[in-house]
Ligand binder design. Structure first.
Ligand code: ARG
Length: 473
């Protein structure tokens, strides 16, 4: 029986009926639907629309409904409900009789879905931020484990200067910290309760919306019923926040895949997260990394899909909005799964510290330090740069490195070169020279790691503080 059967004379076309149903995907919102319904039943009683015994019957019924749904998934599978709101309504009447339909007094599915989705996004924000914290924790642990191991840093994919490998890992931790913060910011806009907006004009009852908001753990109530029932900006923001996570996962995965090639050889793929080739017996493939890279397209696609659904919608509720749900669920599931796999991978990957360290000492990664040496002795940097550039060309012709040139050879380029030049070119000195906050000098990296650990603690404490609707007011 349709909720609106009174109005139409003919049954729906069977194909259209199947095609427009959302219960197949919005049934995952049943928990949110029931939480909002409990709060609404109490609000109805306070507004004088339900007698106390009716409220009790409805609340008991909602509890039974929740239990039955959990114990008998077949009950949901067999349901002909159009959507999760319809299912809850039918289920309640099935369990407690006609009084159950009083729960719909003054309430519309337009505000119900807006409320359920906010509850859903709020929970997912906590979930994803918790997973980001788990992933960041692995970065910090691996950074700590790498100690003073150095590696080349690249610009334009060309070897540039040596950095600590820990510094490289901490660069990714920064991206994921920013993502967690971006999601926390999104949570502020999620935190407004639409319930009480009715279908479009506001509930036709003396509802205490502030009490409803408190009960459902929202900091505020929405200010305009037209906006509240048609707004999905909070979901779009969340999807873009997820898009950033997926984008950063993709960049990280790409770099690890590159570093796992024979050409770089800085990391060895963990067997647990690699695959073989059915055709090429010697191969070990970075499938996990490639999938992480590929999922970014899917998640960013979801954000774009929702933006296109919203574009051009007149106020207020339009059924197009039902199309916001699948991209939302898919992106949240995808990012949650990706973060778990990425954390597992990073925990298991082996770093070839010797190879990294050797590559960090390859000829000319200390060329910038050589120019710095001259600059510290009063040579204007442009001239210092030119002199070292010429020395590099000379080295390439003679198959030498800067540190194997004799002092006589060096002085052909600049008279300021002296005996202490050779110490200044050693890896330790080159690293230590970058002694600014945010630089790769080992003492700075140690500080950055300690600071990142503190930030992780506060992220964890914050992510755990996810609000849940109170079961009993
Ligand atoms: N399943 C619908 C959705 O997701 C619920 C709201 C339906 N409202 C309506 N007036 N048909 O948007």
């Amino acid at each position: 029986m349709k909720m609106w059967a009174g109005r139409l004379r003919e049954p729906l076309d069977a194909g259209f009926e199947r095609w427009q149903r959302s219960f197949g995907f919005d049934r995952r919102l049943l928990g949110e639907e029931l939480a909002a319904s409990r709060a609404y039943a109490r609000a109805l009683e306070r507004a004088g629309a339900l007698a106390a015994p009716e409220t009790k019957t409805i609340l008991d019924g909602l509890d039974r409904l929740e239990k039955k749904a959990a114990e008998e998934p077949a009950w949901l599978d067999a349901s002909e409900a159009e959507d999760v709101h319809h299912f809850a309504e039918l289920g309640l009447v099935e369990l407690v009789g006609e009084v159950g339909s009083k729960l719909h007094t003054g309430r519309s599915r337009n505000e119900q879905i807006a409320t359920d989705l906010r509850l859903y996004v709020r929970r997912q924000l906590g979930e994803i931020r918790g997973r980001l914290a788990d992933f960041i924790e692995v970065f910090l642990a691996r950074a700590g484990g790498l100690g003073r191991t150095a590696m080349p840093a690249y610009t334009h994919l060309q070897r540039a200067e040596p950095v600590l490998a820990a510094h490289w890992l901490l660069a990714y931790a920064e991206m994921f910290f920013r993502d967690a913060e971006r999601l926390a910011d999104c949570a502020k806009r999620v935190d407004a309760l639409p319930l009480g907006s009715g279908a479009v004009a506001g509930a036709p009852l003396a509802l205490d919306r502030a009490a409803l908001a408190r009960e459902l753990g929202f900091a505020q109530i929405s200010a305009n019923s037209l906006d509240a029932t048609s707004d999905r900006d909070f979901a779009l923001e969340f999807l873009h926040g997820l898009g950033f996570v997926a984008l950063h996962l993709s960049r990280w995965a790409e770099e690890l895949a590159l570093f796992s090639t024979a050409e770089y050889g800085f990391v060895r793929l963990p067997d647990r997260f690699a695959t073989g080739s059915s055709a090429l017996p010697q191969k070990k493939n970075p499938d996990a990394l490639e999938l992480l890279r590929g999922k970014a397209g899917r998640v960013l696609g979801a954000a774009t899909a929702l933006a296109f659904v919203l574009k051009g919608l007149p106020l207020a509720y339009n059924k197009d909005l039902q199309e916001s749900q699948e991209p939302l669920f898919d992106a949240a599931d995808t990012v949650a799964g990706s973060l778990a796999v990425a954390a597992g991978f990073l925990g298991a990957v082996e770093f070839d510290r010797e190879r990294m360290q050797a590559a960090a000492q390859a000829p000319f990664l200390n060329a910038t330090a050589a120019a710095g040496y001259l600059a510290a002795r009063g040579v204007p940097f442009r001239q210092a740069h030119a002199a070292v550039g010429q020395a590099v060309v000379y080295c390439l012709e003679k198959s030498k490195a800067l540190e194997t040139l004799t002092l006589d050879e060096l002085r052909r380029f600049r008279p300021e070169f002296d005996k202490d030049f050779y110490d200044a070119l050693k890896l330790e000195a080159v690293l230590a020279a970058h002694d600014v906050p945010g630089g790769t000098a080992p003492a700075r990296v140690e500080q950055a790691l300690a600071e990142a650990k503190r930030r992780l603690e506060s992220l964890r404490a914050d992510a755990l503080r996810v609000k849940e609707p109170s079961a009993h007011a």
